[in-house]
Design a protein around this ligand. Structure first.
Ligand code: CU
Length: 134
């Protein structure tokens, strides 16, 4: 692949979100969410925070099968930032109500350069675990 393929060089980050889902939580106080952020632009961006009106949200990374709160997460130029079962995830805590299958949970993803991206995450069955994508 030619480096010149990225020739326009300075093009800004261009983010889109796909494949989002939340398995319906067993507990009413805590839930996990998953999604993929795709950057089709020529500049990396960083996910700096996540908010939701349903409760508190933090991005977690899984390190040696233990999860920890993430610092800023990079979305590489022409790359993806993936949250999936067993890896990075969005952690919902102090929920005001229990998300029910069939509804959508609205979250706002805050990026360093691209600003805020709002996503409606569909709530799936408790055992939902897609094999597709990524
Ligand atoms: Cu977690």
């Amino acid at each position: 692949m030619l480096l010149a393929g990225c020739g326009s060089g300075d093009s800004a980050a261009d983010l889109s979100v796909s494949g989002s889902y939340m398995p319906q939580p067993v507990s009413g106080s805590m839930a996990a969410g998953f999604l993929t952020v795709t950057n089709s632009g020529g500049t990396e961006d960083k996910l700096t925070s996540v908010t939701s009106d349903i409760g508190e949200v933090t991005a977690h990374v899984t390190v040696d099968s233990a999860m920890q709160e993430a610092e800023d997460l990079t979305v590489p130029a022409h790359g993806t930032l993936v949250f999936r079962s067993g890896g990075n995830h969005l952690m919902f805590e102090k929920l005001k109500r229990k998300p029910q299958q069939g509804e959508k949970v609205t979250v706002k993803l805050h990026f360093a350069d691209s600003g805020t991206v709002t996503v409606g995450i569909p709530v799936k069955s408790a055992t939902y675990n897609p094999k597709t994508g990524h």
